[in-house]
Write a protein that binds this ligand. Structure first.
Ligand SMILES: O=C(O)c1[nH]c(=O)[nH]c(=O)c1I
Length: 312
């Protein structure tokens, strides 16, 4: 079956790619993504300066395959590293390149966006408003006034279609209020839902210790356990953002969850925890599983069922 898609006006040979943060911090990581069966790739969220991030242990999968917890703390090579990567990227390849930016201030986001716009490259920007792990930095995604102000400055600078990475919301009023903000920006072409469920706590029963070191063990939750929150956020924004697209991320461990994300309204699907645990081979496996599901259900393309979840 045809699992290709178009996102922000660029064609992806298939709808799958990495969630920013996984398999994408260094050129070696990104090379693995280019060589994988993913349809695209996105870089680790960049800050203006290079960052080491939080002390380790700062990531761990959770027992029983239910998911993961991380408090990486935005480690990255600094935005110029990713700008250079974007300048050298082979855009004649079938895989479009996405760039994640997560400035620690609006001024930093302005400087980074201006640098990418000045370089005039075909890559697509995804502004990250939802990093839950920088101590002392509340998530912009939960401050609608600040996020609207940020978008009112950045959208005109970026000019081209771009997207934003959002935290999960858990209240219908928040879906309504957030969508009202996003619908004000014509070139805001997509929203990526969801980032990790912020500030969970994993504790080891035997040792009675938190599993990760930063922030007293508090970190973002990912993987299968967040699937149903992710599907709700994908569908809520699919319903509320006419003319815009949604990238679904959260809980995709097989073709089945990728199918559900598209049914909820996703135009593309990112994979985080499962990619971290399985490696880039996950893309070929999940792509085949999704294609087989579509054949079994009689769907030829993603448009045949995108957003068509049935209500009772
Ligand atoms: O701790 C991180 O680096 C991190 N971790 C996440 O779970 N989401 C994010 O957006 C980021 I920037």
């Amino acid at each position: 079956a045809d699992i290709s898609t178009t996102l922000a006006g660029v064609k992806l040979p298939n709808l799958l790619f990495n969630a920013s943060g996984v398999c994408c911090q260094t050129e070696a990581d990104l090379k693995l993504m280019v060589e994988s069966e993913s349809g695209s790739l996105i870089t680790k969220s960049a800050t203006f300066e290079q960052r080491d991030g939080n002390p380790s242990p700062r990531y761990t999968p959770l027992p029983g395959g239910i998911g993961s917890i991380n408090s990486m703390g935005l480690p990255n090579e600094g935005y110029e590293y990713y700008l250079n990567y974007a300048k050298n990227y082979d855009y004649s390849s079938k895989k479009p390149l996405f760039i994640s930016l997560s400035g620690l201030s609006l001024a930093d986001n302005v400087k980074m966006c201006e640098a990418f716009v000045a370089a005039d490259l075909p890559c697509v920007l995804e502004i990250n408003y939802s990093c839950p792990n920088v101590p002392g930095k509340p998530q912009m995604g939960y401050d609608l006034e600040a996020m609207e102000h940020s978008l009112s400055v950045l959208a005109p600078i970026i000019k081209k279609p771009f997207g934003i990475k959002l935290p999960p919301y858990f209240d219908i009023a928040h879906f309504d209020q957030a969508a009202a903000v996003f619908n004000k920006f014509d070139n805001l072409a997509f929203v990526t839902c969801i980032n990790s469920v912020g500030n969970g706590l994993a504790i080891d029963f035997e040792t009675e210790e938190a599993l990760i070191k930063p922030k007293d063990g508090f970190g973002g939750l990912g993987g299968l356990m967040v699937l149903n929150t992710a599907l709700a956020n994908v569908n809520a924004f699919h319903r509320r953002l006419p003319g815009k697209q949604v990238i679904g991320v959260g809980g995709v461990v097989s073709g089945k969850e990728a199918f559900l994300h598209v049914l909820a309204g996703a135009s593309a699907v990112q994979i985080g925890t499962q990619l971290k645990e399985e490696g880039p081979g996950a893309f070929a496996r999940i792509a085949k599983e999704l294609s087989d599901i579509m054949v079994a259900k009689g769907y030829k393309t993603l448009e045949d069922f995108r957003g068509k979840v049935k209500t009772l």
